[in-house]
Design a protein around this ligand. Structure first.
Ligand code: SF4
Length: 339
């Protein structure tokens, strides 16, 4: 396990008035991370770099610690009711990552110290929806597991959800730092998902994330700790030899996770937008990610904005192959969706 250490950190001065802010500061100082002040986590200036790409890379290694002022949560349909805002940004360099478009000029990693207020707001949403269950998603804008050793914030949300009868929590990760979660009172309310993929995809398109074997070992520990476990196989890519590549992925999964486990799978084919393609080619000009519109089908989305997905026949063979592998190796698993 290689835990992320930022190259730089910025603190809003007010963040140090909170115990969580001071804890984070102490951890960073112990790791010799240079710390500077910023007036706002929304406008961080002074991240070094001579070119936009250098600045981008440095931003991804920069931790910004501040207060979450907006305590209105975004909705996160259809998989959850609300996105719980504990962090944004990620140190990973997945070529296809949608944060490249959604985070725009703020690719740095932001974490918040006013967790009491954030959890109070979550409590408000739970009360509003009672007696319905309220599900929170913690990984809409970041990979919170990858930075947990610096903040401890996701564990706070796991314990909070564990204590609230009507709360459920879900998140996804490509990191393996799961030790902080193994002994928490999660009450079976947290759905812990790992993003996995064929070796080819991880090697070529997911620099800066945990290797597959480590993710798998982490998934196994989480499952043994009684969490509901899900695997997101995404993005599904039809690289040369994809059928064998995905078959090997499932053989390896089956070696580490019990055949009769009640896993849940989410299957997402690779898609891209015109904006994403432009940004990806700027940031990762040598990427092998296939983004040829002439080979794809345009799928219209909401608000007149669409994405390029695989042609119907290609998507169907992809889906059938993956479903077959899941049924063979994990007959009791649930496939939540293929999209
Ligand atoms: Fe994006 Fe997840 Fe990769 Fe981080 S690990 S860069 S959030 S896809």
């Amino acid at each position: 396990m290689r835990l992320f250490i930022p190259d730089f950190a910025f603190f809003e001065p007010e963040a140090l008035q909170y115990p969580i802010g001071r804890e984070i500061e102490q951890r960073l100082r112990a790791l010799n991370v240079p710390i500077r002040e910023t007036t706002s986590h929304n406008r961080v200036t002074g991240i070094p770099g001579d070119t936009p790409n250098e600045k981008y890379k440095n931003a991804k290694n920069t931790l910004v610690v501040g207060l979450r002022k907006t305590l209105t949560f975004d909705t996160s349909k259809p998989s959850a009711d609300y996105a719980i805002p504990i962090s944004t940004g990620c140190m990973g360099h997945c070529h296809y990552c949608y944060l490249q478009t959604t985070l725009g000029a703020k690719p740095y990693i932001r974490v918040y110290v006013n967790m009491d207020q954030i959890l109070d707001a979550a409590r408000g949403y739970i009360r509003e929806r009672a007696p319905e269950v309220t599900t929170f998603e913690a990984a809409c804008t970041s990979d919170p597991v990858g930075i947990e050793h610096l903040t401890g914030n996701l564990a706070r949300v796991v314990e909070f959800a564990g204590q609230e009868p009507l709360a459920r929590l879900r998140f996804v990760t490509k990191y393996d730092g799961v030790e902080p979660f193994l002994h928490l009172e999660h009450g079976g309310h947290t759905y812990f998902r790992f993003s996995v993929n064929a070796d080819y995809v991880i090697r070529h398109f997911e620099p800066g994330t945990a290797p597959f074997a480590e993710r798998l070992a982490a998934a196994s520990k989480v499952y043994q700790a009684g969490y509901k476990l899900g695997l997101i196989v995404a993005p599904l890519i039809r690289f040369e030899g994809w059928e064998d590549g995905y078959a090997q992925l499932f053989e390896r999964l089956a070696q580490h996770l019990p055949r009769d486990s009640d896993l849940r799978f989410e299957l997402i084919q690779h898609r891209f937008t015109a904006t994403a393609k432009r940004i990806i080619l700027e940031r990762y000009p040598k990427t092998k990610l296939e983004m040829d519109e002439t080979k794809r089908k345009y799928k219209w989305g909401r608000y007149g904005r669409g994405k390029w997905v695989y042609q119907d026949d290609e998507a169907t063979t992809l889906r059938r192959h993956l479903e077959g592998l899941i049924h063979t190796h994990f007959p009791l698993a649930t496939i939540e969706y293929f999209t």
